[in-house]
Design a protein around this ligand. Structure first.
Ligand code: MG
Length: 245
């Protein structure tokens, strides 16, 4: 019996060794083209070489009033743009589809208001889908309306908020929705967001355009601007760049 056992074990070992041998041609699964473009990776303060810089700290030449198309009136100072209450939302002159966006934002050091009234702004993708900007440091509000939320649709995975007055970052990968000829939805928008380098939205599916009241729904549209919200609070932005995907 012992002899038989050893023989069986040897056969099993040989079989498994055989199974581990590579079969066929490894080159058959190598993909050589396209070759990913080589870029300078940049840093928190420097945009990648293939990015479109939307605000370089100097002027609002690439932005306009979101409603009227008139020149954007927000305040430019100290390398940042700051909401000018009642001046209205501003948006990029250029329209975008799928993008990677980097944007830095800061809520006021002096705390005024609470809940949604404290350091509120927002970044709308294609003028419709809001990634919430809010001072959520020791400030309670509804979860699906806090910083890092896709407003009224997706609660952030964590609250990665820094103190008011400190610069914070968003890095987002936005996939635009696709529509059929008849206006129906072919595929929903999706978004991944890192807040201060921490994943807060993991490729979530958007339910439609952001609604303050009622449920979101999709309406057919093409490429759209990036829009920054004037919610009446002195929120600042800097170092804004996008990469088209
Ligand atoms: Mg907002």
């Amino acid at each position: 019996m012992k002899y038989l056992f050893l023989t069986m074990a040897s056969i099993t070992a040989f079989s498994s060794l055989q199974a581990q041998q590579p079969q066929g041609d490894p080159k058959a699964t190598e993909v050589w083209t396209p070759v990913p473009k080589i870029i300078d990776a940049g840093s928190a303060t420097k945009a990648p070489s293939d990015a479109i810089v939307l605000f370089d700290g100097k002027d609002l030449s690439q932005w306009e009033n979101a409603k009227t198309g008139a020149p954007a009136e927000w305040t430019v100072a100290g390398g940042a743009i700051t909401v000018k209450p009642k001046a209205g939302d501003i948006k990029t002159k250029e329209k975008f589809g799928d993008i990677q966006l980097h944007i830095e934002w800061r809520t006021p050091t002096t705390i005024t208001g609470d809940g949604q009234g404290r350091g509120n702004s927002g970044i709308f993708f294609q003028e419709k889908y809001e990634l919430q900007v809010l001072d959520n440091f020791n400030n309670v509000t509804y979860s699906n309306g806090q910083a890092g939320s896709i407003y009224k649709q997706h609660i952030p995975l964590v609250n990665a908020s820094r103190k008011p007055g400190e610069w914070q970052t968003y890095d987002a990968i936005f996939t635009a929705p696709r529509f059929n000829e008849d206006g129906s939805l072919a595929s929903p928008a999706r978004i991944t967001v890192l807040h201060n380098g921490v994943l807060v939205q993991n490729n979530v599916e958007l339910k439609g355009g952001t609604e303050y009241i009622g449920l979101p729904k999709y309406t057919k549209h093409g490429d759209g601007s990036i829009e920054l919200q004037d919610h009446g609070n002195l929120v600042s932005f800097r170092n804004i760049w996008v990469r088209k995907l």
